[in-house]
Structure formats: structure tokens, C-alpha cells
Design a protein around this ligand. Sequence first.
Ligand code: HAM
Length: 434
Amino acid sequence: MKHTGELLQSPKGMRDLLPYEERYYAEIIRVAREIAEWYGFQAIATPHLEHTGLFEASLGESTDIIEKQMYSFRTKGGDALTLRPEGTAPVMRAYLEHGMHTYPQPVKLFYSGAFFRHENPQAGRTREFYQVGLEMIGDPEPINDAMVIRLFSLIVRELGVPLTIALNSIGDRECRPAYRKDLVAYYRRHINRLCADCKRRLKINPLRLLDCKEEACQAIRGKAPKIIDRLCEPCQRHFNEVREFLDAVHVPYEIDPYLVRGLDYYTRTVFELFSALPEKQSAHLAIGSGGRYDDLAKTMGSSRAVPAVGGALGVDRIAELLRAQGKEDRDRIIKKEAPAVFVVQLGQTAKKKLLHWIEDLRHADIPIAHVFSRDSLKAQLKLADRMGTPWAVIVGQKEALDETAIIRDMRSGEQEVVPLNKLVFALKGKIKKK
Ligand code: HAM
């Protein structure tokens, strides 16, 4: 049994989203979903738990996620399950499991939710985090790659975050092996100056050498061969077309010839999105990323090849940027979104009647606030004042019996008694005038 101090804290790297933070998450997901749906994506939800083997088969043996970041466990029934560290493998599993190859292709799917990686928590990196993802499955055409990148760019811009996009192609099973060989040969010549991690990468996952953040390794990278100079003709053509489509819709991007990704399922296009805001964290942490994964279905055991492309936005990182940008504090957010009416009740009879009547206000789409647990007029009006609601509807014992209500203008203090069956009408008129 843990001692009480620990029980009263959320687990390391996982945190509560308090109401003033959660609303940013909700807004990001709302905007993403609205844009995605307009472009024909349909929402999908997959379980938080999957068979451990699904991720082991798809993300790449020597990736950080598989090596050290999965929350895996055995159930009492003996199943080996893992809390999903990402969404692409589960969505592809769902596509294959439900025979979605019989739908019109590409199948365009949108998802949002929590993902779990046992990482070292630090700014912008948590063990539970939220993503919104887009996947276009079942079509190899480069316009899909451009479409995914464009939609992410539209979503992020619509949220008010200027961004930059890094783009690269990492080839396919035709051209990558020869490149990998050259890369290994190059790095072997500099092996003594590589960090310990890179020495290991050289053996097990050489492409990831390009991703090292150590200064010495970055210096060596400066002269490393670039995959975009070694693409086979079909990959080159594909990449050129992705670029042409992006140019045609004026989505600016920069080619980063050393961009590789932390997941092994990518082929051809890879991309990362960065905020162009001057915040510190924006400099190095991607707010979104993705790419094409034409071989994933086969590595998962599918007999048919299923070309696909997609990506995901890091909702936590974007929420953090929005909060920093807006400089909103808790009170301001509460005030800004104050409902039109505070309903004030005095005594049991009024409480019961009001509980019943406020449904009329909901049906009339009039937002209200209330604290039914308080009985004092003063306390309730004080709260209405703090929240900044322009109107209060007061129902005391007398009004409850007469079936009337008092409408109070919170600014001037003026009051008016209206019959209950005229309340919605009267409030609507007043709200409109304000
Ligand atoms: P990923 O790059 O691992 O890709 O994650 C996508 C985004 O999620 C990142 O760009 C980042 O913003 C956010 N993110 C990742 N890890 C964390 C963390 N520990 N804390 C906070 N935010 C984080 C994928 O997950 C792929 N499934 C994306 C994809 C979809 N590729 C194709 N389709």
C-alpha cells in the first residue's frame, strides 16, 4: 500500500486537465473534427488496449516505443495487452479486421484520444498525452499525402498557431536498403566520435543516427549521404508530386533531408509540423507528425498490400501554445464564457419548481448558471456578479406559488416580475437587446 501522500497525486507523467485547460483540448478537437468531416473523414474510436503483439509487429523492434515505452501487462485471463502508444497500428488493425478494403478507397478516418508512452516526463512530453489523427487508407496516390499535410496545416492555422512544416521522403524497400548501406559505411568512418546511443543505432537502426540531438553526432551528420539524393524513380516521382500539390494549395514547407521518424512503419513521405511562435518549446518539439506507411498492413500480417498515409497532432503541445499565447487566466476564461442567466432560488418549493422549469430554458437555448445547494439570496447574487452573468432570474417562496419569476438586470439592479409562461419570451427579448 502506498502512503497517503502519494495516493493523492496523479501518477508521474500523467495529469489532470482542469476545466480551464480542458476547454482548450475540446476546442482543438472540435476544430480538427469539423475540418476533417468537411473533407469527408469519418470518426473512428479504437480501444485503449490492444494485443501487445500488434505494436511489436508494426512499430519496429528497435524503436524507443518498443524498447522501453510501452505500458504492457498480462491480464488475469493471461492476455498480453498494451495501452496504445499511438493510433496508426490500431486504425489499420480495424481497417483489416472489418474488411474496409470493400469500402470506396481511400477510407478516410479521424480519431482523437489519449495515448500512453513511458517516457521521461519533461516540458511538452508526458506519459499520457492526447492526439488527433487523420488516416487515409487504401490509396497510394501522392495527392493523399498532400491532403493530410494540408488539413493539419488548416487545423493548426484555424486555431491561430502559425506553423512551419518539415518534409522529406525516406524511400521504400527498393531504394532504402542501398542508402542504408551507404549511411552505415559513412558513419563507420566516424564511429569513434559517435555517442554511445549512436554506436548502438549504427548496428540496429542506422536511419535513426540522423535523428540524434548530440552536438558531436549532429556535426558528423552534416556530411552524411541524403536519402532524397538516392530515391528510386517511382519514389522520386511520388515525392515530386506531393510537393507539386502542396505548392498548388500554397502550403509552405521546407525539405529536411535528415528528417526520419521514430517509428519504423514509414515509407516515402514523412513530415513534421512545428509552431512558428517564439515560445521556447516550439523550437524543437513537433506539434504534429506523420507520413506514408505502405508496408504496415503487410508487416501486420495482411495478405494484401494496403497503401496509406496519415498523421497526428499533439493536442497537449498545441493547447500549451494557445494558453501561452492567449495569456488567459482562470478567471478570465470563466468570465468570458459567462452564461446569460443566473437562476437564483430561495427555499425548497422554489428549488423544486425551478429544477423543473429550467428545462424550458435549455430547450430555448438560453445558457444558465446556478447553485442549487445555496439558499441565501446574497450569496447567489454575489456569485452571479463574479461570473459576470448579465441577468438573474429569482424565484422565492411567493413566486413559486404564484408561478412567476423576477428578472433582475445585474448591472442596474432593476427588477421586473413576469409570469412563468412568459419567462422564456421575456428573457430572449432582453438577451437580444443587450
Ligand atoms: P508521433 O510523432 O509519435 O506519431 O506522435 C505524433 C504527435 O504526438 C507528435 O508530433 C507530438 O506532437 C505528439 N506526442 C508524441 N509523444 C508525445 C508525448 N509523450 N507527450 C506529448 N505529446 C506527444 C504517431 O504517433 C503516429 N501514429 C502519427 C501517424 C499517424 N503517422 C501516420 N499516421
